[in-house]
Design a protein around this ligand. Structure first.
Ligand code: PXP
Length: 236
């Protein structure tokens, strides 16, 4: 199973001060050097974290694969067709949400999704649809021409350790099986952390996990001792 590292939160931190630090491009480099097999980033319509210039630079500097998350927005599709990332993951997007809430409703807008992804597929970009682990959504996704689905693991992550865990986990397992029977490849992500990730191995054929928040959160604490020591030394 491969690891796509989502670097959006590096950009969130950078934007908090409006300067250049921490640099998401440098972060991508570190992720690739340490086992990240692709770099994922979400160019949101509100440009809350990653900005246009970041993706234009990333696509040139990245050594692994750039997976660009995007909503079905024409202006972002235009950028995608210009930079041609290795893959694109279509996500739903609401302006006020804290993070991507829920999967894309493919079943309810099959024609719209199929039409939107066609130019991307024609340009040779791999397309993935971020959907809830739901039979209807999986079946609809298989009709769009997309090669991948990414299963939203948020409900599983929230239920982890509770009596609902098994129900949510089985939704993932069954959806992955159905998707693969229908010829789709399967990724997963959202809310995965150092405790709940291990069960992903119980899902046969999972290709890649996209993980961001838990990695960046952990990095703060694993990096903090060195950062403080260095500053303390300088001040001395
Ligand atoms: N996959 C998709 C499609 C996402 O939108 C996100 C969140 O931006 C992730 C994976 C990563 O989620 P998390 O930051 O919770 O690991």
């Amino acid at each position: 199973m491969l690891l796509g590292v989502n670097i959006d939160h590096i950009a969130t931190l950078r934007n908090a001060r409006g300067g250049f630090e921490p640099d998401p491009i440098k972060a991508a480099d570190i992720c690739e050097a340490n086992g990240g097999t692709s770099i994922t980033t979400h160019l949101r319509e509100d440009r809350r974290h990653i900005k246009d210039e970041d993706v234009y630079t990333l696509v040139k500097t990245i050594k692994s694969k750039l997976n660009l998350e995007m909503a079905m927005a024409d202006d972002i599709q235009k950028i995608a067709l210009e930079i041609k990332p290795y893959s694109i993951c279509i996500v739903p997007e609401k302006r006020q949400e804290v993070t991507t809430e829920g999967g894309l409703d493919v079943a309810g807008q099959l024609e719209k999704v199929s039409d939107f992804i066609k130019p991307l597929l024609d340009a040779g970009i791999i397309v993935s649809l971020f959907i809830d682990p739901d039979e209807e959504q999986v079946k609809a996704s298989a009709k769009t021409g997309a090669q991948f689905i990414e299963m939203h693991t948020g409900a599983y992550a929230e239920a982890f350790g509770s009596d609902k865990e098994e129900i949510e986990f089985l939704k993932l397992k069954n959806s992955a099986k159905l998707a693969q029977e229908l010829g789709l490849r399967v990724n997963a992500g959202h809310g995965l952390n150092y405790e709940n990730v291990y069960r992903m191995h119980e899902i046969p054929g999972l290709y890649e996990l996209n993980i961001g928040h838990s990695i960046i959160s952990r990095a703060v604490f694993t990096g903090l001792p060195e950062a403080v020591r260095k500053m303390a030394d300088l001040i001395k």
